[in-house]
Write a new protein. Sequence first.
Length: 128
Amino acid sequence: MSVHAGTPFNEATAMMPAKIGPYEIRGVLGRGESATIYLGRELFPARDVAIKVYDPRLLASEDRALFRSLFLKEALLAKKLTHPNITQVHDAAADDERVGCCSHSRDLEGRAGVGSPTAMVPASGPIV
């Protein structure tokens, strides 16, 4: 199935947001113990993006500030990495409800079936 055709309705997609920041959410690429990765669409420049959003329910309220700080530092460092085998992080955000990062991947553009994000990333289980 192509991710561009839409993600089938199930419990995982029932809670899927329509937008995260400026990104239109088109489907769920994967879900792990600590995060969900969404297929998003950036309108300018027009491209598909992977958006990793960490599950805030896993953190106690006293740990949120520390986790948010560590996450943003990691995202800032990851944004500086450039390599053909590393997905480029180009956006990260944190608020009181959630933290997440957005990356552009050549693998997401125009692919369907074999080699598509749904073929590469399991629908459930750990995201590694």
